[in-house]
Design a protein around this ligand. Structure first.
Ligand code: PRX
Length: 648
């Protein structure tokens, strides 16, 4: 079996790593046997606190008493940790290298310069009435101002809610309203692959329905034309120029909110995942240092967008807490050409590179030539995140990109988990292509039978749950604590349920098999089938819609929609086009429906529930293994759908 392929830890990496195999075993054991001692010790090492805690951990995973509190009673400020404490020793070190979409554009920002700008923006926000606990929405492209905006909020205790710049104005509106933001920080335009996207215009449209937003801060990215609302809109550069560069960090309780980030679930609208201050920062810093074996002075590059959790934890908070040099990239992997990632690696002498399998797969398709044109000698560690990496892509990443020199850390985690939960450590873990391998310190995963929750011991496959808290865990769904409990703690009582399935092999290594709920992972972007279905049924000609994922060579999963038109409506290709653009407009360009199958009726149980299991099988072209269809109200529907299937 291919899983038997094992790449041992390179001796030179192990010799200099923060953690080798023996250290991992000892630290992991301690983290499980004595969690309070373990986390207390590392909390002192990684984080500077204003006031110490009364207790390391209070929690209950029981649905009727659910609570999770880390470092209760302690106070700190995240920006003191990410900026102030570095000034004396590394004030002139580069904190953020910004590489523009255009290869001729870049900037380097030192810790001192970043500190200065964060304080100014924090003061500018205060001048507009932003106070501790207020929510600020950030709708920006990948520009340094995005990091400044996050940190400026954290400086004064405001809670940021970043909305990915690729989301539509409707998605932005829904998120601004749900988290009751009073300020939005955006830019005139964003630039990707040479194309300009009118962010300010999207924001203006969204804000027509958000009466509580009284301030819009606008970053001038391109100088493109914008409409201006007097009294509401202010230019970022004018605001920071006018503001004072001294701003004391607000003392925050460890459990005060740091940010909200929306993510899709199986049902309903995206939910606002809420992370708090102390535990999150500790977990971000610790995972960044150990998972990537970050060594002082190295250049580290995570290609994610700050609009996703990966950008929060592994472009901004983790690296800056550790005093790292973090590269921020505005562009895309194939612009101006397929070598871009590796050109950037050479240009900035990147040592650690962290990207998504979908990017690897699309680059792999273009062959080895664009990679081989570059040196990549600076690379030491490679990382993968966002979806299962297929062994073929893993091997290509390892052999072609890393020239068999760089360990790959395949990091499994989620928006909800704040940081890595299952991942190799470069100096400690033998690698198996496609396996996320072992739990991080303090993380105790388990597999349970999806049907009845019975724990699975030893080698086996099941629903992936976590049996106790770790400091980076989300604390609630903003404004809906019950939803937090219902989504994660009801199905398998006493456990946090991830929504993923996994296999554990005889060595104890984990292999993530993907979502086992109604969540899709399209090019590493998480989308709920329910959201896409709600968009489809907005069309007056659509009676009903059911959406499933199907295997896609580059995107990992593609979106397959079964649509029932209203009686009397002619199902045409023109209507299909309208539906594709409707979904895109409602959610954003990450939600492109790949295939639409007209379905006069959908397979339902006698109680009217759509049997998605069957729809998934037909979409995957696995029609020989449909399973039991006898409980369907009308089993003949299935044959009709099979005959009309689009993925053959
Ligand atoms: O299904 C898992 C997949 O991405 C989901 C989380 O998505 P999101 O909250 O958007 O966060 C993405 C970045 C952390 C998970 O439930 N996933 C993430 N990383 C991996 C993965 N699946 C397999 N292997 C991974 N390394």
């Amino acid at each position: 079996m291919s899983e038997q392929k094992v790449y041992p830890v390179p001796a030179n990496i192990a010799a200099n790593a923060h953690v080798d195999a023996a250290t991992y075993e000892a630290m992991y054991r301690r983290s499980v046997d004595d969690p309070e001692g373990f986390w207390g010790e590392y909390a002192e090492q990684f984080v500077s606190w204003f006031k110490p805690w009364d207790s390391v951990l209070n929690y209950s995973y029981q649905a009727d008493d659910l609570h999770i509190e880390w470092f209760k009673g302690a106070t700190l400020n995240v920006t003191y940790n990410c900026l102030d404490r570095h000034l004396e020793t590394r004030g002139d070190q580069v904190a953020i290298i910004w590489e523009g979409d255009d290869p001729n554009e870049d900037r380097s920002i030192t810790y001192r310069a970043l500190h200065d700008e964060v304080c100014r923006l924090a003061n500018a926000l205060k001048a507009r009435g932003v106070e501790k606990g207020d929510r600020v929405c950030i709708y920006l492209p990948m520009v340094p101002e995005a990091a400044v905006a996050m940190l400026a909020c954290a400086r004064i205790g405001a809670v940021h809610s970043i909305v990915f710049g690729g989301f539509s104005s409707d998605s932005l509106r829904d998120r601004v309203l749900d988290s009751e933001c009073k300020v939005v920080i955006t830019s005139d335009e964003s630039v990707r692959g040479g194309r300009h996207i009118p962010l300010k215009r999207n924001a203006d449209t969204a804000l027509q329905e958000c009466p509580n937003v009284d301030t819009v801060v606008v970053v001038s990215r391109t100088g493109g034309a914008v409409e201006w609302v007097e009294g509401r809109d202010i230019w970022y550069h004018e605001a920071i120029a006018a503001a004072d560069a001294t701003c004391e960090p607000v003392e925050m309780d460890a459990e005060d909110p740091l940010f909200i980030l929306y993510t899709s679930g199986s049902t309903g609208k995206p939910k606002g995942v809420l992370h708090t201050t102390g535990g999150y920062l500790l977990y971000a810093a610790m995972t960044h240092k150990y998972t990537f074996d970050y060594q002082d002075g190295e250049v580290y590059w995570c290609t994610a967008d700050v609009g996703w959790v990966t950008g929060h934890t592994y472009i901004v908070y983790g690296p800056l807490a550790n005093g790292a040099t973090s590269l921020m990239f505005e562009g895309i992997p194939n612009y101006p050409d397929m070598s871009r990632f590796w050109q950037v690696v050479d240009k900035h002498q990147v040592n650690i590179f962290y990207t998504a399998p979908t990017a690897i797969r699309s680059l792999m398709r273009a062959g080895e030539e664009p990679v081989k044109q570059t040196s990549r000698k600076s690379l030491r560690i490679l990382g993968s995140v966002g979806e299962p990496i297929n062994p073929e892509a893993w091997e290509w990443y390892y052999h072609v990109v890393g020239e068999e020199r760089c360990p790959i850390v395949d990091t499994w985690w989620q928006t909800e988990t704040g940081g890595h939960l299952i991942t190799p450590l470069p100096g400690a873990t033998a690698l198996k292509p496609g396996s996320a391998t072992r739990p991080f310190f303090g993380v105790v995963p388990a597999l349970v039978d999806p049907a009845d929750g019975t724990p699975i011991e030893g080698a086996g496959e099941g629903a992936l749950v976590i049996t106790r808290p770790w400091p980076g865990q989300m604390r609630t769904v903003y404004g809906d604590h019950q939803r937090f409990i219902d989504t994660y703690f009801k199905q398998y009582p006493g456990y946090y349920f991830s929504g993923d399935g996994a296999r554990r092999d005889a060595d104890g290594d984990y292999w993530i098999t993907g979502r086992i709920d109604d969540v899709l992972n399209v090019s590493g972007h998480r989308l709920g089938t329910a959201e896409i279905e709600s968009a489809l049924v907005l069309h007056p000609h659509v009676a009903e819609a059911a959406v499933v994922g199907y295997p896609h060579d580059v995107k990992g999963q593609g979106i397959y929609a079964y649509v029932t038109p209203m009686a009397g409506v002619e199902p045409t290709d023109a209507l299909k086009k309208e539906l594709v653009s409707l979904v895109r407009g409602e959610i954003g360009p990450i939600a492109i429906v790949d295939l639409i199958q007209w379905s006069p009726s959908l397979p339902k149980t006698r109680s009217g529930k759509i049997m998605r299991r069957i729809l998934r099988k037909i979409a995957a072209n696995e029609i020989d293994s449909l399973g039991d269809t006898s409980t369907l109200a009308d089993p003949t529907v299935v044959n009709e759908l099979i005959d009309g299937r689009l993925n053959r």
